[in-house]
Ligand binder design. Structure first.
Ligand code: GDP
Length: 591
């Protein structure tokens, strides 16, 4: 090693992490020399790789330049705090809007996304085949617009339920020949619940059956009043097939975006949201990240939940390599140690070591919190939440058998709000409770009220996982009463017995192991192993306990149906008599 020339700096401040190039600039040496020096210490780093303070300090001292630590710009925020307040509240430079397209199936969401993407084939970029990476950005007269490439409200609300509200503007597509349909209304409700401004794209205007006026009228019925009718919602007639109206749609997006004054600070360390991710057999975890704030750079150390990593390489939607990506830019990154989930926050931290430390701490916290399930608001807890000042609005999602009952229920609910808390139905529709309803409830902190409709199995399990409450009612006044009582703090759950099956005791046996066994004949319904059982003798209840065992021919069984014989053992009951009636039942809440 040659001694350092006297013309160079005598001291240098170094951040907690720096690229090799950055270090060489500060030390006044060539990057190659920096790389060589690092190699002598066993550190194999390329020009854009990041090294930590300690390593950089060694190289610096070796050159006779005294290193000292630089005050970290914005100390490490805890993982997972990449929220949108940070992105928007912070003063900074204007950033492009992020747009999601929603609407009824087959109304042309995908076609519209493709058509918009095609408007952007800039000369010189030919040959770059666009890939679907979950989001793309177009350039419109110098102002870029980012589109989320997964259309529909399921994805939109799923992201929101994960705390990732990435959409600034929602474009609701309505086919001009088909008009407003159930999923159009659902999309409108989901967008409203998210408090995101909407633009209407009236699509398929090339078709002879197109009737844009009818669409506008139907929208008015949903309280979406377009400008032409005196409202403030922009509606643009388009055709994804012919391209008509696309420039006007993009202009409308620009306009709404300007009103919103979207800002971000490109100077800070990047935060972002995972839009899509997958495991590639060659390149490992690939994640499309939408940069929310700051600038993401190659070599940056990353944390996403329990995953750490580093941006080894970054690509745009055309597969071209990028060195950096500013706010609202979607980029596909390589270098995370595992595959994150869509909606996960991602954050740049100052060094890979810091990333690992944060992940380890998050993992420990996660283990500590294992078993604690996330609970949403429930009618039972509502009063406490209101008293504690945590809840000002009771948000409800109403699913009913017919529209008439929805209207009746909405009418009655409106009168219920108290001074402290308002009742607001954020979505109401006919049909079973779906996964999309549960997601909306989760994302918005709402309760689902199901009136004479079932809950889809997938929705029930989703609700269980996310702690979303689904209440089922068959009588309107009971529904109204329970909401009312919850608001008043009087709520007490009421249970009803639902009989699953009945059996008659015909013979008695005794087992040294389990005690008395009743030989029964199932007269009605089905006996379930997990049921509670009432023992009735001459019409009087002599016991109410739970089933301790069900047997057919020495085998333990889960259920026995009508017309079959079986052996029954009850918990803490050993006094059967021939002729006793056993009523197998379960409890169901009725309010
Ligand atoms: P999505 O389910 O909302 O994503 O709808 P798609 O984009 O898949 O479109 C559904 C169908 O409508 C496809 O057959 C499209 O070709 C057709 N389509 C979409 N946009 C237009 C349009 O502007 N005009 C006409 N005539 N057909 C369209």
């Amino acid at each position: 090693m040659t001694a350092r020339q006297s013309s160079g700096p005598r001291s240098v401040t170094l951040p907690e992490a720096i690229t090799v190039k950055g270090l060489s600039d500060r030390l006044g040496i060539s990057p190659i020399e920096a790389i060589k020096r690092l190699m002598t210490h066993g550190v194999m780093a390329a020009m854009n790789d990041t090294i930590d303070y300690e390593t950089a300090a060694i190289v610096s001292s070796e050159l006779g330049i005294a290193p000292s630590p630089e005050a970290a710009p914005g100390a490490v925020a805890p993982a997972g705090r990449a929220d949108e307040e940070e992105a928007t509240e912070e003063a900074g430079a204007p950033r492009p809007p992020v747009v999601t397209i929603l609407g009824h199936v087959d109304h042309g969401k995908t076609s519209l996304l493709d058509a918009i993407r095609d408007t952007n084939v800039v000369a010189g970029e030919a040959g770059g085949i666009t890939q679907h990476i979950g989001a793309y950005q177009i350039e419109r007269g110098g102002s870029p617009i980012t589109f989320i490439d997964t259309p529909g409200h399921a994805a939109f609300t799923a992201m929101r339920a994960r705390g990732a509200q990435i959409t600034d503007i929602a474009v609701i597509v309505v086919a001009a020949d088909d008009g407003v349909m159930p999923q159009t209304i659902e999309a409108i409700d989901h967008v409203r619940a998210a408090d995101v401004p909407m633009i209407i794209a009236i699509n398929k205007t090339d078709l002879p059956a197109a009737d844009a006026d009818r669409v506008k009228q139907q929208l008015t019925e949903q309280s979406v009043v377009v400008e032409e009718y005196g409202g403030d919602v922009l509606a643009v007639p388009v055709s994804a097939t012919t391209g008509t109206g696309l420039p006007e749609l993009l202009e409308a997006i620009d306009l709404v975006s300007e009103i919103q004054e979207l800002n971000a600070n490109p100077e800070r360390l990047a935060t972002g949201t995972v839009v899509e991710a997958e495991l590639d057999s060659r390149r490992g975890a690939l994640a499309t990240v939408l940069v929310r704030n700051g600038t993401l750079r190659q070599g940056d150390a990353l944390v996403s939940g329990l995953i750490s990593g580093k941006v080894k390489a970054m690509f745009d939607e055309r597969g071209e390599r990028l060195k950096e990506a500013g706010p609202a830019r979607p980029v596909r990154i390589m270098g995370l140690e595992d595959v994150p989930a869509a909606g996960d926050a991602i954050e740049v931290v100052e060094s890979e070591r810091a990333a690992r430390r944060i992940v380890e701490q998050a993992r420990r916290e996660e283990e500590g919190a294992a078993g604690a399930r996330r609970g949403g608001i429930t009618l039972d807890t509502l009063f406490n939440e209101v008293s504690a000042g945590n809840v000002k609005e009771l948000l409800l999602i109403l699913k009913t058998d017919v529209r008439g009952s929805a209207e009746a229920i909405r009418g009655s609910l409106q009168g219920l709000g108290t001074g402290e808390v308002k009742v607001k139905v954020i979505h109401s529709a006919t049909g079973p409770v779906s996964e999309s309803d549960v997601m909306l409830a989760d994302a918005s902190g709402a309760i689902v009220l199901a009136f004479n409709v079932r809950t889809e199995t997938s929705a029930a399990s989703q609700a269980e996982i996310n702690g979303v409450e689904i209440r089922t009612y068959e009588v309107i006044y009971q529904l109204i009463e329970s909401v009312d009582q919850a608001l008043e703090g009087l709520y007490e759950p009421v249970y009803e017995r639902v009989v699953d099956g009945t059996a008659e005791v015909r013979q008695l046996f005794r087992s040294s192991r389990v005690g008395q066994i009743a030989g029964c004949y199932v007269t009605d319904g089905t006996l379930l192993r997990g049921d509670r059982v009432r023992v009735l003798r001459n019409g009087d209840e002599v016991a109410d306990t739970s089933c301790g065992g069900l047997r057919r021919f020495q085998d333990d069984v889960r259920e026995v149906q009508q017309g079959f014989e079986c052996g029954v053992v009850l918990e803490r009951f050993d006094a059967f008599e021939e002729g006793d009636l056993l009523e197998f039942y379960h409890q169901q809440r009725v309010n």
